[in-house]
Design a protein around this ligand. Sequence first.
Ligand code: NAP
Length: 271
Amino acid sequence: MKINGKTILHGIMGNPVSHSLSPAMHNSAFASLGLNCAYVPFPTADVQEAMAGFRALGVRGVSVTIPHKQAVIDFLDSIDPVAEKIGAVNTLLITDKKIKGLNTDWIGANRALEDCISLDGKKILILGAGGSARAIGFGLLEAGCSIMLASRTENKGRELAATLDCPWHPLDEIENLKADCLVNATSVGMNPDSNRSLMPRTSLSQFSVVMDIVYAPLETKLLREAKEEGCKVVNGTAMLLYQGVAQFELWTGRPAPLDVMRQELLAALTH
Ligand code: NAP
């Protein structure tokens, strides 16, 4: 599709954004459905100015990434209730100059797990107490799960556990915790430190499903060992893909071309 006077603009705001995989994923999806839409990076230092720019220029949809996921909230016209609970927005939907903030990170995590297991009533152990653990925790509660949190820094972990109304454990207790699924929402195992995993291998067989949200490398040490222990595994690209799929569907009102987006994402991650 050629860019012309009717092209509907989308993009990603953050600082930095030049490394983002989202332009490749969304532009390939627009092209495959023949939509006259484009998605570009918006390197953003001043959130207030950027938000005024999106309104003024008729931008339709924006992904929001580090460090602006909290700061954009002050400049929204409305916010989705789950995004409000999470306290972070990764998606803007702009209609008639009104900006609505949403969060599709939790939708991405839920859909990634739902490829392997039905979530309602399941018990999930989440490792980590950062931004992703928070979004994933609220999302799993929305899906009817009961959750447990384990993390390194006690006061931060206890604070998030209190917000999620769930138990908190230090990392030296995790090998004895029983659950249906394990989700690593820490950066442990990420390149270049890819030979690390928080969960001892001998405890992995108790989980039916193990998801790692780290996507570089595609197969972390945790996932390699979990697969060898007979668990179903979900790698970090699934959450990344499905959060983008949810954004695409919000912006266009059309079912996303899942295979095209998956292929483009994997190509960008492995090139
Ligand atoms: P964050 O807010 O900085 O939180 C990081 C968490 O990891 C914290 O709980 C931190 O512990 C924990 N951690 C870091 N190093 C640790 C160590 N050596 N031992 C134990 N815990 C450790 O980061 P985030 O935004 O949540 O992202 C976490 C990871 O997810 C990153 O690797 C990121 O690339 C990835 N991610 C993936 C997706 C996806 O779609 N797949 C989306 C977002 C992020 P403390 O509690 O002690 O601070």
